[in-house]
Write a protein of this length. Structure first.
Length: 228
């Protein structure tokens, strides 16, 4: 059985409107029908951003945030079919849970895209102070060497899942979400996937990757240094 979302405007907004294709930034508090709060962005001091219409959030948010104006606060009562459904979400949201969100629209901007770099533009960004991260595995670093100055942080394990140490190692070398980040892997596939995730899921503002990877780097005549 499906149900519709309930939307209540608590505070009217003005200015730019949240529309499909725009990047929206919100503060929110989420609670279960019992009143138990399971997440709140203000507690962390970190608003949440996503691209409206890109499938980055639950359908209840897609419907509930669309049309809001900056400064507007809405109460969204989201039924299970527009939330996390029969599976729930880990230990936080039980199966078949109705969710209540109080959402404030903070900003509306153009979406941030992953930057594509050639070896030449990659080097230019490096000289400007960007943080370079080689996201491959140690066996690959030993085989091909690495780009001089790169941080070596394995992003994915052998099963293709995020490596257990990646988050901690990444945060240790990236001071803020505004830091310019340059990612690379073997051929550009893994770096593209990770780069998009850093932007769309974690809110990083300035992420680029070497589109041809270390393989293209070497084919274009650029050198590597031995991994130690």
């Amino acid at each position: 059985m499906t149900a519709d979302i309930q939307i209540e405007t608590l505070v009217k907004g003005k200015g730019n409107k949240a529309s499909t294709g725009k990047r929206v930034t919100v503060h929110y508090e989420g609670s279960l029908a019992s009143g138990e709060v399971f997440d709140a962005s203000r507690t962390r001091g970190d608003p949440f951003s996503f691209e409206l219409g890109a499938g980055q959030v639950i359908e209840g948010w897609e419907q509930g945030v669309k049309g809001m104006k900056i400064g507007e606060v809405r109460k969204l009562t989201i039924p299970p079919n527009l939330g996390y459904g029969e599976t729930g979400a880990g230990d936080v949201i039980p199966p078949n849970a109705s969710l209540i969100f109080e959402v404030e629209l903070v900003d509306v901007t153009e979406p941030i895209r992953l930057g594509n770099k050639s070896p030449k533009s990659f080097l230019k960004a490096k000289k400007e102070g960007a943080v370079i991260i080689d996201i491959r595995q140690e066996s690959e670093w030993k085989q091909t060497g690495i780009i001089a100055g790169a941080k070596t942080i394995t992003a994915f394990d052998l099963n293709g899942k995020i490596h257990k140490n990646f988050r901690a190692d990444f945060l240790a070398v990236v001071p803020s979400k505004n830091t310019q980040i340059l990612l690379y892997c073997l051929i550009g596939k893994r770096s593209a996937g990770l780069g998009n995730a850093l932007i769309n899921q974690l809110g990083y503002q300035n992420v680029c990757h070497l589109t041809s990877g270390i393989q293209g780097w070497e084919q274009d005549g650029y050198k590597t240094v031995k991994y130690k």
